[in-house]
Design a protein around this ligand. Structure first.
Ligand code: ADP
Length: 703
């Protein structure tokens, strides 16, 4: 009953609102149309209205009737009491945060969840029925909310005429979100509409006319679409009246006209794809649109490939999309393949420029959309080939390569030669150093060798001394004996002379003379021995002279034997010289060959003496020196019946310092020196030996 009742009043209030004169509020009978009850200000009744002016009227889903006024007076918000006998008055109370935030009411409305919202010029109020208080949303973007609507989920949306634009409030999460110019709304300051309502179409979209054009917001996608005068929207106005009719149409009225919009039709997109044409190409400041015969054989629009020289590297392309519905809104995106990484951002720009393109192949592609954003993705392509300069062509690279190889090869050769030269120099230096070292070593060796030879000589001299002493002793004995005998003979002779026994004197004189001769003979012999010894100790002067080898052999045989005997009295051996009487004198250095003979004979005596010491029964030590004249040579054999030389030793006996004798007894140089001496005389020194039977050393000298 009441609802119908109020509905009648509602229409009545709107009519009054339109005429902008509201004098009072009353209840009318729906059937008769008569005013049943009026409410007028009454100073004596605190439950009466404070003013006759009522701008905002609302009945909530619980049946409560709410009244408000937009004016800046003390009217505030009223709720009709249940008995319809008066009103409860709500005014802001300073210091009370649960009181309404302002007395200027711009709208009263309920959202889809039956929550009552009161918009004021000083914040947004949510009414709490249980406690009869208000929750105030005080945010700069909600400071002056004047329009309201709900989305499909029943969530509230507010229009503001401050910075917020369109605002959503999530009460549960306490999130306030502004959809303002930064999100695509044409104007933040929303002063349009009627009766505090934002008009919603059948798709749930909000229609928001502004001074800059018409914004349509889809709360589901949270996006705006804009329409302008060019789209058929009426010339811009400050205020509009917008309604949605039950057949789905939207009507927007303003001082410049009326728009009748069928949202379902308006939002259909034009799906015709725009075709694209390149209208002009600029190459290094020269414009081409018609055929020029060189680069363009046909007009630019009909050309899809060109070839350019390396210096034609500054290019720009003018293009257009052929779609004539709001063609100024056609959009373009382009890309120069092989140069641009990405497509350019869609824009209304119809020219693309490139400078300083390196030589290579490029494909310029353009795609375009119509004003509804339907893209011709395939677009068009235009191939540009910028030829390289001659020095960057493949044959130029081949020539560079060949030159490089040649240079590399030359460098390699040069380096190799240099390395070889350096190495050779190094080797030569090394060899020189080595040669010097060798020379030094050789000189030192020579010195050592001559020292060794000298010491070997002194050693053999030592061995000789005993023999020589023995040899000299013999003639000296004769000399002494004969001179003593001569002394006696001369005493006898003196007596016989006094006796004048001349015959006896003559006999005695003869004996003295004979003895004198013997003294002389033995004196000479001693002299010869001393000379020989001196000769032996003297360094060889290297002068060959005809030498009696038999005498030499005889001398050294005896010297050697007596030398050994002088050292070891128990030693006895048979020794003999089997001399070839026809042996001619041979041209040799006597000291050297003498040394060879002495070495061989000493070794032979040593061998037999060692075997003697072994105490073999029936063994008779024997050393024989044999000289023989052959056809062109003479041969001296030194033969002993010692222990012989095993083959393993035989290989080494001519090597310097090889000896089997105990330390101090042998130097190991004798045979090596002998070999060298014989070789120096153009002869041969050989050995023949049988173990247990003896050895035979053979010297062959050219006769
Ligand atoms: P050394 O007599 O100082 O050892 P040699 O060069 O004269 O040096 O002799 C080398 C070695 O040859 C001797 O140590 C010995 O072993 C061997 N040799 C030389 N002559 C004879 C020989 N007549 N009988 C056995 N061995 C010999």
């Amino acid at each position: 009953m009441r609802k119908i009742f109020i509905a009648t009043n509602f229409i009545c209030i709107i009519c009054k609102g339109l005429s902008s004169v509201v004098f009072s509020c009353g209840i009318a009978d729906k059937n008769t149309g008569r005013i049943v009850k009026s409410f007028v200000p009454d100073d004596k009744n605190p439950a009466s209205l404070s003013s006759r002016r009522i701008d905002v009227f609302y009945q909530d889903s619980r049946g409560n009737i709410w009244l408000g006024d937009r004016g800046d007076n003390e009217f505030g918000l009223y709720r009709m009491n249940e008995g319809e006998d008066g009103f409860t008055h709500y005014l802001p109370v300073s210091g009370d945060t649960s009181s309404i935030s302002s007395n200027e009411i711009s709208f009263i409305a309920e959202d889809g969840k039956q929550r009552l919202w009161i918009g004021t010029d000083g914040g947004l109020n949510l009414y709490d029925y249980d406690q009869n208080i208000f929750t105030v949303f005080r945010s700069t973007i909600l400071s002056s909310t004047n329009f309201f609507t709900t989305d499909k989920n029943g969530e509230p949306w507010f229009g503001t005429y401050s910075s917020g634009g369109l605002v959503s409030v999530n009460v549960e999460k306490g999130i306030i979100t502004a959809f303002d110019e930064s999100k695509g709304l044409l104007q933040n300051d929303l002063v349009f509409g009627q009766n505090g309502r934002i008009v919603k179409d059948e798709f749930g979209r909000f229609w928001l006319p502004t001074q800059r054009g018409l914004s349509v917001f889809d709360p589901e996608t949270k996006s705006f679409v804009s329409y302008y005068e060019k789209d058929g929207f009426q010339p811009y106005d400050r205020r509009y009246v917008t309604i949605a009719t039950s057949n789905g149409a939207i009507w927007i009225g303003g001082s410049h006209g009326l728009n009748h919009i069928l949202p379902a039709r308006l939002l259909e997109k034009d799906t015709t794809l725009p075709s694209i044409v390149i209208t002009q190409v600029t190459i290094n400041d020269s414009l081409y649109s018609k055929p020029d015969g060189a680069i363009f054989k046909q007009s630019v629009a009909y050309t899809n490939a060109i070839k350019l020289k390396y210096w034609q590297k500054d290019l720009s392309f003018d293009f257009v999309a052929l779609h004539y519905l709001r063609s100024e809104d056609n959009q373009y995106s382009w890309k120069l393949e092989n140069y641009d990484k990405n497509w350019s951002a869609p824009s209304k720009e119809r020219k693309a420029s490139y400078t300083n393109l390196p030589s290579g192949k490029y494909v310029f592609r353009v795609k375009a959309s119509n004003a509804d954003g339907v893209w011709n993705e395939e677009g068009i392509s235009f191939t540009i080939r910028i030829l390289p300069p001659w020095w960057q062509t493949w044959w130029a690279y081949w020539i560079y390569l060949i030159i490089l190889i040649v240079i590399g090869w030359r460098i390699h050769k040069f380096q190799k030669a240099r390395t070889i030269r350096i190495e050779r120099d190094k080797t030569r230096d090394r060899e020189l150093i080595q040669a010097k070292e060798i020379e030094k070593a050789y000189t030192e060796l020579k010195a050592t060798q001559s020292q060794l030879i000298q010491s070997e000589k002194m050693a053999s001299l030592g061995e000789l001394t005993a023999g020589i002493a023995h040899e000299i002793q013999n003639p000296l004995n004769f000399v002494n004996n004969f001179s003593e005998v001569n002394q006696e003979l001369l005493e006898e002779m003196k007596e016989e002379i006094e006796k004048r026994n001349l015959d006896e004197v003559k006999l005695l004189v003869k004996d003295v003379i004979d003895n004198e001769q013997k003294i002389n003979h033995h004196g000479k012999r001693a002299d010869a021995i001393v000379k020989g010894m001196l000769q032996h100790s003297r360094s060889s002067n290297g002068v060959k002279e005809p030498t009696d080898i038999n005498a030499l052999a005889d001398e050294y045989l005896r010297l050697s034997y007596h030398g050994l005997r002088a050292k070891d009295k128990s030693f006895n051996a048979v020794f003999k010289l089997q001399a070839d009487e026809d042996l001619p004198k041979v041209d040799v250095v006597p000291q050297d060959i003498g040394r060879v003979l002495l070495n061989l004979i000493n070794n032979a005596f040593y061998a037999v003496s060692e075997k003697t010491k072994a105490g073999i029964k029936g063994y008779n030590p024997e050393v024989i020196v044999l000289t023989t004249r052959l056809r062109d040579t003479i041969e001296i054999r030194v033969k002993d019946n010692g222990s012989g030389i095993p083959d393993s030793v035989k290989e080494k006996i001519f090597q310097p310092f090889f000896t089997t004798k105990p330390t101090g007894q042998g130097t190991g140089l004798g045979l090596s020196l002998s070999y060298d001496i014989v070789k120096a005389h153009g002869g041969e020194l050989k050995v023949e030996s049988t173990v247990g039977e003896g050895s035979e050393f053979i010297i062959e000298l050219p006769a």
